[in-house]
Write a protein of this length. Sequence first.
Length: 362
Amino acid sequence: MADVAISDSDEELTARTVDDATLPVVDLSGLFTDDAQDKATVARGLGEAARTSGFFYITGHGVPQEMIDATFAASKEFHEKPRSFKMKTWSGFTTNHRGYVPFEENGSCFPKIINFNEAWDMSYEAPADHPDYLAGWRMTGPNVWPDIPGWRETVSSYYDAIFNLGLRLLDALALELGVPTEELTRHITCPTSQLRLLRYIENDMPQTKDITGISEHSDFECFTILLQGAPGLQVMNADDVWIEAPPIPGTFIVNIGDIFETWSGGQFKSTQHRVINTGKERYSMPLFFGLDYHAVIEPLEKFRTPETVAKYPPIKAGDHLMRMSINAFRYMHDAQAHGVFTPDYDVPEENPFKRDAKEPAE
Ligand SMILES: O=C(O)CCC(=O)C(=O)O
Ligand SMILES: [Fe+2]
């Protein structure tokens, strides 16, 4: 580690706290009453939050607390196992990115840049004879499971519950944008919607831009439904100012991803966010609500103008996910570097959806 340059750039990581930023909380109960008026009210609330803050907390989501607690416990049970156990399900053994992601996998620049997290990744279960699984490197196919009794059932139930919540959210956001839900759901038959069970690793390293929980980024899918067990998350709001987004009991955080920004022609912004290195162990569980690999992401018909079409060139949802993952996961980067697979799409260093923060507020 001697050659790791540690810059003490603390002020770059400052963010507004809850005291001077209002965190938007949207109650989703109205989506479950089957009353059109209730749904429209929720949809308006979501739209306003998505346009002004770029992210929001949700309550009244209907996911039982016991299910959330059980899944957190399952994550802890897995991550507390010895490395030799976890490495049996190393994601590098798969070509559809399933299983354990040790912390040194995070980013092709390790150890110059350290993301102090490890994860267990699963996604939508597709059969082993699915053509995209057979083709390889398309984020599609069967999951792998650790050998822990009952674990698969617990985590799968959570996945299904959050996935269904995602469909409700998608429906409400479609209403808000004034487009038929079917225009969006037709792209969701075997989606690349991934659930990550993340553990941030206790350490006594400093807190800098390069030594971090997870570097700043936007998520690549429609939106993310995130449960966090401890503070550390910072989110850039629609004014491009970093604010702290601590956990609020009973809520999930939702942030808009690259696909919704594209669909809406930029009306919704893909939320930039990061987790600072608090040095403390921290668990979180994001579900990235995505589309089928081959779905082409481009502005929806309603939002197509010469400007939006030029700003958001069409790309397959799966290719976007893969081109970002190749830089994010070392085993994929190595596989590409060694010609194990050769993408037929460009792999840019930086996500085209990246936005820079304004100077920290005075
Ligand atoms: O752990 C968190 O709170 C956020 C994780 C995240 O941003 C991600 O995995 O993309
Ligand atoms: Fe993220």
